[in-house]
Design a protein around this ligand. Structure first.
Ligand SMILES: [Zn+2]
Length: 146
């Protein structure tokens, strides 16, 4: 029985893109609500995935007696543990982002203060940098290897 651990969803796609009304201010209360909803749904989905992974591991643990099966199983488990770890980190990041929405500190670049943009935030709701600063940060990361 071969199982592959599911990758956590780095993106949440199950939502209706926000339609800005004429004259609507960026990060209006309604817009913030849209993103909060989106993040809450994403978190819910991730938590269900964590649950599934855990159940799967508990069920499987009982089914192997043969040592060679156990070796394979251990590999699968460590893969699933890594996936779970990533899911947990993502959930933590989502919580931090929801916290920022509640404090009305969402949607602007942490580095330069410009609007991150609705479409970019919908693609990556936990983004804290605008695309320019993000690109720069990635280039620096590659150069310094940090
Ligand atoms: Zn920026």
């Amino acid at each position: 029985m071969a199982t592959t651990a599911e990758q956590p969803r780095e993106r949440f796609t199950n939502f209706t893109p926000y339609e800005m009304k004429k004259g609507e201010e960026y990060m209006s209360a309604e817009m913030l609500g849209h993103f909060k909803n989106l993040l809450l749904q994403w978190k819910q989905e991730l938590m269900e995935e964590v649950d599934r992974t855990m159940h799967h591991m508990q069920e499987d643990a009982a089914n192997y007696a043969d040592p060679s099966d156990r070796a394979t199983q251990e590999e699968e488990f460590s893969l699933e543990l890594r996936t779970r770890d990533r899911e947990r980190k993502l959930i933590k990041k989502i919580d931090q982002t929801i916290d920022r929405i509640d404090k009305d500190d969402y949607g602007f670049c942490d580095q330069c203060g410009v609007e991150v943009g609705i479409r970019r935030l919908e693609a990556r709701p936990t983004a804290t940098l605008c695309i320019d600063c993000k690109t720069l940060a990635e280039i620096r990361e590659r150069q310094t290897g940090i």
